[in-house]
Structures are given as C-alpha cells and as structure tokens.
Design a protein around this ligand. Structure first.
Ligand SMILES: NC(=O)c1ccc[n+]([C@@H]2O[C@H](COP(=O)([O-])OP(=O)(O)OC[C@H]3O[C@@H](n4cnc5c(N)ncnc54)[C@H](O)[C@@H]3O)[C@@H](O)[C@H]2O)c1
Length: 358
C-alpha cells in the first residue's frame, strides 16, 4: 500500500492573506523568473491552447491555455539573494487558465480564471493546489513593472494605461511599484463609467496622481510608459502619437497595428520563441506579414536583466515590449505565495488520497 498524499490548498482569500496582493513581492518574484530565464535555468514547453477558431477568436469565443514550467535557481542562489530576488525555486508547476470574454458582463465573473499546481521536486506529487487567478493577474502587472525598470527612459514620469479591468489595474500597480520616477498615471477605456470606477478604486492604492484621459490620443501622446491591456478586437494606436523615448508594453493582442512596429527602435519579448509559437501577438504578426524583419526583434528581456543584452541606450529610443506571458512567472509568484502561506499556517491541508486504491 502506498503512503497517503496531502497537499496545501490555497483559496484566493488564503493567497491574499499570504501576501498575494503585495505587488513589491510580486515584482521580486517576477524579476526572479526573468533572471532565471536569462540564465537559461528553466524549462518552458510551448503552451498548448484550445481555441474554437482562428487567433482572433480568443477575444470573442475564448481559449484555454495550459502553462507547464520548471524553474531552477540553485546554481544562482547567491546572485538571486544579492539582487533581492528571494532565492531559488527548484520545482515545477502548471497554470491552467481558461478565458471566457463574456464572463464579466453575462455572469459577473472574471474573463480569466486559473488554477496553479506546484509539485514537490523530490516525488513530483502535488505540494500545493491553489487559486492561480490572482497570481496570474499580479504577475502580469509585475512583468510590465520589470520591463519598465529595465527599458523605460531614465526620467519617465507619466504612465498611460489603456484598459480598466483586471489587467489594467495590475499594470498600474506593477509599473508604479517598479518605477519610482512615475509621478502621474492616466487611464483610458471607451466606457467613461469604467474610467471613473477605475480611478475611484485605484487612486488610494498608488502613490501617484491618477486621472482619466479623454481619449486614446491624449493618453498615448502624453505617456512615457504605455501599457495596453484590453480586449480590443481592432487596433487604435496611431504610431504618430508616440513620444520620443516612449516604452510601449503591449500585454494584449490587437491594440497596436503591426505596421506601427516599424516606428520602434527596439522590440523586446519575454520569450520570442513562445511569441512565435502562439501566433497572435502583434510583434509576431508584424514579422509574419512582412512589416518588419525578424532581425528587428532585439531579444528577450531576461537577457537584459542578466546584463547579456543591451536594453535602452538612449532616452530618445522608442521601445516596444511584447510579453506573451510565461508560465515561469506564475510558478515563481505562486511559489512565493505558497512559501509564505506555509510559514504562516495559512490554507488547508487536503488529501489527494488517504488509502491508495490499487
Ligand atoms: N501577456 C500576458 O501575460 C497576459 C496575461 C493576462 C492577460 N493578458 C491579456 O490582457 C488583456 C486584458 O485582460 P483582462 O483580464 O483585464 O480582460 P477583461 O475582459 O477583464 O477586460 C478587458 C477590458 O478591455 C476593455 N476594452 C475592450 N475593447 C477596448 C478598446 N478598444 N479600448 C480600450 N479598452 C477596451 C473592456 O471594456 C474591458 O474593460 C487580455 O487581452 C488578456 O489576454 C495578457
């Protein structure tokens, strides 16, 4: 008879109690995964995606993504600690993340929900099964924060966020947490009530002046750092509006027209191979459709984080960052929350089995 197996179950409320809303911690966990990605100390198979149509059906019908990952760090323990990046992960996990665009309006549920599994590295039995919805949203904001830390111009003061929902909120939290030079932030969504609600909800959560923008043009032409995180089905970014020295972080898919990428001096991804494999991001469509050559893709942000690839070299450069979203970030952030929960006795220990049946 095999031994019993138990795992720690963490609901979203447990994750919050364990520090899941502490963006400064999420930024550290996410920079850790960029660092280890840069060092090559990871395994990240291309994400399988279930979709019921072409790549644009993700914004209408939805999709289901599975994001398995292994993240190391043992070899870089001292460097991680010296950089304040928490320490090694040395385990594997999976984020399972369905997205249903009609959920918010039709069911008052989030578009995306996720479950994260973290394995015991020794036995590969689950050691945690937890809400991944919060982890995923937080690490997406933190990834933009890390990009801003490494790629924004030195005196970036104005942040512009397009999209006022879950990911818009974490873009604001992530970039302001990682880039202390930001003094003002603006948000725009075509629905003025959404903009108002966003400002009301978020104004006390950040240490910057927060206001709504009148339109896309106002937001884009004033911002030093732009985050686009929407469910837009067609593009609205006019490249003529971009300021000298801008950093544009496109977390969603259809906001910027692919031909606009030719206006950029440098284009970074989180993992260009994954961007190509997924086949929907604007940087990939710009290459596929011949607006820019693949040589115009400067490289992956992790290489900038470890100092192997140049980031911004002048305050005049226009830079585009296009993250596909790596399961490595989910694992790193979920592991941070899990370790904190374990240390504080948060969550419930549940059996996978008491008595193995065979
Ligand atoms: N790359 C990554 O790592 C990553 C991770 C998570 C989410 N995302 C992407 O971020 C996007 C936003 O996610 P969410 O959970 O906030 O979605 P959501 O459905 O909760 O909200 C989307 C918001 O976009 C707004 N919107 C729709 N069309 C718009 C337009 N033309 N201009 C401005 N706003 C518009 C909607 O009103 C809504 O408020 C999605 O595309 C999602 O796939 C990317």
């Amino acid at each position: 008879m095999y031994n019993k197996v138990e795992f720690l179950y963490l609901s979203q409320d447990d994750c919050v109690k364990a520090g899941g809303l502490d963006m400064s911690g999420t930024v550290k966990a996410t920079e850790r995964s960029f660092f280890l990605h840069g060092k090559g100390d990871f395994i990240l198979p291309p994400k399988p995606v279930i979709r019921w149509g072409g790549e644009d059906s993700e914004e209408t019908i939805g999709r289901i993504m599975s994001m398995p990952a292994w993240l190391g760090g043992l070899e870089y323990k001292e460097e991680l600690e010296a950089r304040g990046l928490l320490g090694p992960v040395n385990t594997s996990g999976l984020k399972f993340i369905p997205s249903k665009p009609h959920n918010p309006e039709k069911y008052n549920l989030p578009r995306a929900n996720a479950v994260e599994i973290i394995l015991d590295p020794e036995t590969l039995m689950p050691q945690a099964i937890m809400d991944g919805t919060l982890v995923s949203a937080m690490r997406t904001g933190a990834a933009s924060g890390v990009a801003a830390k490494y790629l924004a111009k030195s005196d970036a003061k104005v942040l512009g966020v397009v999209g006022s929902s879950v990911i818009g909120q974490t873009q604001l939290l992530g970039v302001t947490a990682a880039l202390p030079s930001i003094e003002r932030a603006k948000v725009f969504s075509p629905n003025p009530d959404h903009v108002k609600a966003f400002v009301e909800k978020m104004k006390d959560k950040v240490d910057v002046e927060l206001a709504g923008a009148a339109d896309y043009r106002e937001l884009i032409s004033e911002a030093d750092v732009i985050c686009t995180a929407t469910m837009a089905k067609s593009s609205y970014v006019n490249p003529e509006w971009w300021k000298e020295g801008v950093l544009h972080i496109e977390t969603s898919f259809w906001d910027t027209p692919p031909e606009a990428l030719d206006f950029m001096d440098k284009i970074y991804a989180d993992d260009w191979k994954q961007v190509k494999h997924h086949g929907a991001d604007v940087s990939w469509r710009a290459v596929r459709d011949g607006f820019i050559t693949e040589e115009r893709i400067t490289g992956d942000l992790g290489k900038v984080v470890i100092g192997e690839l140049a980031g911004r070299t002048s305050d005049k450069e226009k830079i585009f960052f296009n993250p596909i979203g790596m399961g490595l970030h989910d694992l790193s952030e979920a592991f941070r929350v899990f370790e904190s929960a374990k240390a504080q006795g948060i969550g419930r220990v549940l059996p996978l089995w008491e008595n193995y049946a065979l």
